[in-house]
Design a binder for this molecule. Structure first.
Ligand SMILES: Cc1cc2nc3c(=O)[nH]c(=O)nc-3n(C[C@H](O)[C@H](O)[C@H](O)COP(=O)(O)OP(=O)(O)OC[C@H]3O[C@@H](n4cnc5c(N)ncnc54)[C@H](O)[C@@H]3O)c2cc1C
Length: 458
């Protein structure tokens, strides 16, 4: 309850009892109760949980355990365990999220999940692999969230599109008594098309994450190597934060497009909103997730500054030097490669600016700089990273997935809309650093509104 985001600081305690070869689990204060786990309130008979683990008086870190918590016949909590339902909540109404408090609860030594750690009978703690492998379960859930929630976006989009197609409002057509379709207002089209673009471009980065995850598992299982884990973990933090916020916003927008009718439960949009809104918080709060990626971005820049190379999803940062004082010049602003390049430039300039702000030598402690002075810009850095990688991956993915040329052209068109929309919203750094001119920025605006109208097939 006290530590949702900061798992490392959770206070549940597992003390190894050498004599009886078991663990004794305790919740020191009510603030340290387990709170929120799904299925815990009523249904779960077994639980996987984490605890600060002590062996021979020494803290050996947060370890994971699995054990029975309820009687299999009566469903009553076992001795030493107090469990309850946390009560009604917004979203996930069908889940019986619960709380759990331990009071000298004894579990066998075999309860320790011990593929990567082990405690011998004489109380020696042995680490057998990379302890961070525990992140892989969270990584899988984050991939599933990105994949399923971005796919779910199609539903409210379709509802809003159909509504806009049949709904008419105002007799604003020239020489006609007919009312104009909602769909034919530019403001409606803009929202629908941006939403459609997010729904499509997200498919490619989510596929990339799945592929990276499979490769990572293969590497861990077959070679006992963990080198791919950090990059994917870092990428997923930014993507999880970005997509959960972005898709929630898009669904809100679809609700707005359906007017008052969108509030009727029968239309399902409010139900979807309720279902997806906790995703911004659960499995990692967006603000916290963005910061995890930001730390890795700035670490990568630090490496580059000492002449080292950076690989994986940060590889593009190696081009920082190419963008210093550079200009887009006369590259075609309507070209997708150019638009993606502007997103890359915006991200790189943001990384340079915030990195410099954090590194500046003064009396202000780094912690103050990070948390109190530059945090909003730090978060924006990670968000731009997620947007740029999304667009770049869409272009790569379309080329490599063997998609028919008709569909490919439509997806590339949507990717252009995604890029122009994001340059308008977040491309200020490319403009401020002189990479693009004001005239080029205006051209991006113009092409955005034109593309929405005339670029798409009926
Ligand atoms: C519907 C639902 C289901 C859940 N299911 C489960 C489950 O099955 N199992 C489970 O273990 N947990 C579950 N959770 C809990 C969930 O994982 C946590 O709520 C989540 O990780 C956020 O932690 P918190 O509640 O402590 O929020 P807090 O960390 O208290 O966040 C509150 C605010 O503080 C801000 N904040 C926190 N730290 C920082 C920082 N460093 N910098 C800037 N801002 C910060 C956050 O951005 C947020 O705005 C569930 C939660 C919900 C809503």
């Amino acid at each position: 309850m006290g530590h949702g985001s900061d798992v490392r600081n959770l206070q549940t305690r597992a003390t190894f009892d050498l004599k009886n070869q078991c663990f004794i689990i305790n919740t020191p204060t009510v603030k340290d109760a387990k709170f929120w786990p799904g299925e815990l309130g009523k249904a779960a008979t077994h639980a996987v949980f984490q605890a600060q683990t002590y062996v021979k008086g020494k803290n050996v870190g947060v370890q994971s355990f699995v054990c029975q918590i309820r009687d299999m016949d009566s469903q009553a909590p076992l001795r030493g365990v107090e469990i309850g339902d946390i009560g009604p909540k917004y979203g996930f109404a069908a889940k019986d999220n619960g709380y759990m408090i331990f009071n000298n609860f004894k579990i066998p030594k075999s309860s320790l999940l011990s593929r990567y750690v082990e405690i011998t009978d004489d109380g020696t703690f042995i680490q057998k692999g990379n302890i961070k492998v525990g992140y892989s379960a969270m990584m899988l859930i984050r991939i599933q969230l990105i994949d399923s929630i971005s796919a779910l976006l199609i539903k409210p989009l379709l509802i809003a599109m159909r509504y806009g197609y049949f709904r008419t409002q105002f007799k604003s057509l020239p020489n006609s008594q007919d009312e104009r379709r909602i769909f034919d207002y530019q403001a409606t089209q803009e929202k629908l098309v941006v939403c459609l673009s997010v729904a499509w471009v997200s498919r490619f980065i989510s596929r990339k994450c799945t592929k990276m995850y499979e490769e990572m598992l293969d590497q861990i299982k077959n070679k006992n190597k963990f080198t791919k884990m950090k990059d994917l973990h870092s990428l997923l933090c930014a993507l999880k934060a970005y997509y959960m916020e972005e898709i929630l916003q898009q669904v809100y927008t679809m609700r707005e497009l359906t007017g008052g009718h969108g509030y009727l439960s029968v239309n399902e949009i409010t139900e979807i909103l309720e279902m997806i809104s906790p995703n911004v918080t659960l499995e990692g709060d967006a603000c916290v997730m963005y910061q995890q990626t930001a730390k890795d971005i700035f670490k990568s820049v630090g490496k580059l500054m000492t002449g080292q190379k950076v690989k994986g999803t940060y590889e593009y940062l190696q081009d920082i030097g190419d963008y210093m004082g550079a200009k887009l010049e006369d590259k075609d602003i309507h070209d997708l490669d150019t638009l993606i390049d502007i997103l890359k430039a915006s991200t790189i300039y943001q990384v340079i600016k915030v990195g410099n702000d954090l590194r500046v030598k003064d009396d202000i402690p780094f912690d103050t700089k990070w948390n109190k002075i530059h945090l909003s810009e730090i978060i924006k850095t990670s968000m731009l990273h997620a947007i740029y990688l999304t667009a770049a991956e869409c272009l790569k993915g379309v080329e490599s997935f063997g998609i028919s040329s008709g569909l490919k052209n439509n997806i590339l068109h949507l990717c252009k809309i995604y890029c122009t929309d994001n340059i308008i919203k977040h491309g200020d750094m490319a403009l401020l650093n002189g990479y693009i001119t004001a005239a080029q920025m205006i051209e991006v605006h113009v092409s955005f509104y034109l593309q929405n109208y005339i670029g798409l097939p009926p």
